[in-house]
Write a protein that binds this ligand. Structure first.
Ligand SMILES: [Fe+2]
Ligand SMILES: [Fe+2]
Length: 305
């Protein structure tokens, strides 16, 4: 019986995983540099992005009056902090393979640390409470996509068929499974702190309207950057929609339809993300994930000693 079935509430806890990148090749999906780099954009965005989630949530913690939500939020913060660190190790591995990413990630740092920092950029006259709610709405919108991507990667058999590197697949699926586990937390946090009904709904929509084009642009820019700077490709390949769609057709990337459909779902007034993806699939993966099992073993050994 799961924790959810026993207590009526699913408990979210971080797993202190680690990965050994030494044997992972630059093109970790063999002969598929486009799909490899589209997915690698996660490593460019998430270290700064998920660190920022934790910072914003820390700012908002005093607004949380519900003890159950508070527990979920702390579990969420622990999971996101771990995700951020693990993805940053992949950036070090890319650098060791002569693919330096600082020229890209400094723009991502600027976005999260300066444009979306504790105070509004350019001294914009936005009241502090409103600025915090706006950033919470952005996190809730991003988490809609991470839940969809998390569920996708757990069932992306195309990646197994293509012989993708097992360590990278485990990182992506461990992360994806935890995204499905905590898929409703940022939404619940936003709803709890978001104020009264219509403005709260309007700001939730605004969060998604701002997030979608920025994410799409960052992704296209990030993929083009990685392909351009890939020392093995040496400028022989350019990122294009045609190349992207060829990888989608092989099941190496999610379809535009499944990504796009997440948006109108989110716009529904009665929407709640608890129905996104499959918690069962996520929990089943975490029970077999080499990294998650090793982390659970380490916790068990520490408790015995
Ligand atoms: Fe995450
Ligand atoms: Fe998340």
């Amino acid at each position: 019986m799961s924790t959810e079935e026993q207590t009526g509430h699913y408990s979210i806890t971080p797993r202190r995983v680690s990965f050994d990148w030494d044997g992972t090749p630059l093109h970790w999906i063999p002969d598929e540099p486009v799909a490899t780099h589209v997915i690698n954009v996660l490593h460019l965005l998430l270290p700064a992005g998920e660190r920022w989630f934790v910072k914003v949530f820390k700012e908002a913690l005093p607004m949380v009056s519900d003890p159950v939500l508070l527990k979920d939020v702390k579990g969420f913060m622990g999971q996101e902090a771990t995700h951020s660190v693990q993805h940053s190790h992949v950036l070090d591995h890319l650098a060791a393979q002569r693919l330096a990413t600082e020229d890209f990630t400094r723009h991502v740092d600027f976005l999260f640390e300066k444009l979306l920092g504790e105070t509004p950029p350019f001294n914009a006259p936005v009241p502090p409470g409103e600025w915090l709610r706006f950033r919470l709405s952005i996190i809730a919108a991003i988490e809609q996509f991470t839940a969809v991507l998390g569920d996708w990667v757990l069932r992306a058999e195309g990646l197994d068929r293509a012989g993708a590197d097992e360590i990278m697949l485990d990182l992506l699926r461990w992360h994806g499974a935890e995204e499905v586990e905590h898929r409703a937390v940022a939404f619940d946090m936003y709803q709890h702190c978001g104020g009264s009904r219509l403005p709260r709904y309007a700001r939730r929509i605004e969060g998604m309207v701002v997030t979608t084009p920025v994410l799409l642009w960052l992704w296209a820019w990030g993929t083009a950057y990685l392909i351009r700077h890939d020392p093995e490709l040496a400028g022989r390949l350019r990122y294009s929609l045609g190349e992207h769609n060829r990888a989608v057709a092989k099941g190496l990337l999610p379809t535009w339809r499944e990504l796009g459909a997440a948006i109108p779902r989110y716009f529904r007034r009665s929407y709640h993300p608890s129905q996104e993806g499959s918690l069962r699939r996520a929990v089943d993966y975490l029970a077999t994930s080499p990294a998650a099992r090793a982390a659970a073993g380490a916790v068990g050994r520490a408790a015995l000693s």
